[in-house]
Write a protein that binds this ligand. Structure first.
Ligand code: ZN
Length: 376
């Protein structure tokens, strides 16, 4: 039986980004509500675990003391030009009430998940309030202040684990990719929209790591309009052989779902069925999976995708697939009672003609740049 931990507490609900900001912390609560109503948070090895705030000494494994001090001071209302120079207090990364406490608690959720996996208490742990992959050691960026996923990779690697970091957020997982750019004990694979059109503007096929890490940083940029079939083609052609060759001990899975069709910040056309397929692939490796949230700016679609992801990660997928409503509801629908799965996205032939050659070129480029390092 799988042991699965859903990381959540009401404490997280106290904090909100400013109302005009696209990042909505309510998504975690909505995900929990859906799962709770379906009876998917308990029984059969499933449990709900509250996050512990991350301690400053742990945060310093990735962030500088200067940055953490500036972040805390800003949260307490002390404005400084130094903080602004580190990205704190910009329109993307505004200062809001309880900012530091929220960031430390959300990060703590991911670190709690890492501890549960290291102790063997969980094979799967999901923190929907995590996934802040853009934060740098001394930089707030892209709605992210404390890089919980980089810290989780650091802690798992320190415990001697070979870590596979997989990032399917529509934006390049730059903060994590660059944290391990010269290391081979943490392999990072990021699938994201073409950096020429989307923030943060990095994550090209030729960014493959350096020194010992050469070939252990993998970037798969995807064209506008990429749909499930093409996404999975790229995933199966690139990620599956690399994961098998790398043979990780543990996955850290950044499950931003802003690649879903209709997301207001990006231009891909996935349905949550693509994420379900990816999760089935990850489960086939039979290794622990630490999953986090991330992007996802259509709140209802995001909560439904994460609820579906949890049901699969927690091993409820097979018996639940019928009631999860295969072929279920429309992406725009807020009526998740009709099922967790999105209805199939209809791809027009013009879209097919645009996307297919671009995906094939990307697959060829990434294979050419990276596979030889893994004798593939
Ligand atoms: Zn994103």
């Amino acid at each position: 039986m799988r042991k699965a931990a859903f990381i959540y507490s009401q404490e997280l609900e106290k904090y909100r980004y400013p109302p005009e900001h696209p990042f909505n912390t309510i998504r975690a609560r909505k995900t929990r509500q859906i799962l709770n109503s379906m009876g998917l948070l308990s029984g059969d090895g499933r449990s709900e675990i509250p996050p512990e705030p991350a301690e400053r000494i742990i945060l310093k494994k990735f962030h500088t003391a200067r940055y953490l001090h500036a972040l805390k001071s800003a949260a307490e209302g002390h404005w400084s030009a130094e903080a602004l120079n580190m990205g704190i207090g910009t329109s993307d990364c505004p200062v809001f009430e309880g900012l530091y406490d929220y960031a430390a608690l959300a990060c703590g959720g991911t670190l709690t998940a890492a501890e549960l996996i290291l102790s063997g208490a969980a094979d799967a742990a999901f923190n929907p309030s995590g996934g802040y992959h853009h934060a740098g050691p001394e930089r707030a960026s892209g709605f992210c202040y404390i890089n919980d996923v980089a810290l989780a990779c650091i802690i798992l690697a320190e415990a001697g684990k070979r870590v596979l970091y997989l990032d399917v957020d529509v934006h390049h997982g730059d903060g994590v990719a660059y944290a391990f750019y010269d290391r081979c004990d943490v392999m990072t694979i990021s699938f994201h929209e073409d950096p020429r059109v989307l923030f943060p503007g990095t994550g090209f096929e030729d960014e493959i790591g350096s020194g010992e890490g050469k070939g252990y940083c993998v970037n798969v940029p995807l064209p506008i309009g990429t749909y499930d079939e093409m996404y999975l083609k790229a995933f199966e052609s690139i990620a599956l052989p690399l994961i098998a060759a790398y043979d990780p001990d543990v996955f850290v899975f950044e499950l931003g779902v802003d690649a879903l069709a209709g997301d207001p910040l990006a231009h891909l056309c996935l349905t949550n069925n693509a994420y379900a397929e990816i999760i089935k692939h990850l489960l086939s490796f039979k290794k622990p999976i630490l999953s986090t949230g991330g992007g996802g700016y259509n709140v209802d679609n995001t909560a439904r995708a994460w609820a579906l992801a949890w049901s699969l990660l927690a091993g409820a997928g097979s018996e639940m697939d019928m009631s999860l409503g295969a072929g279920g509801v429309m992406l725009e629908s807020t009526d998740w009672q009709g099922g967790l799965r999105d209805r199939e996205f209809v791809v027009r032939s013009q879209q097919r003609h645009m996307v297919l050659p671009a995906i094939e070129a990307t697959i060829t480029a990434v294979k050419g740049n990276v596979f030889a390092f893994h004798r593939l």
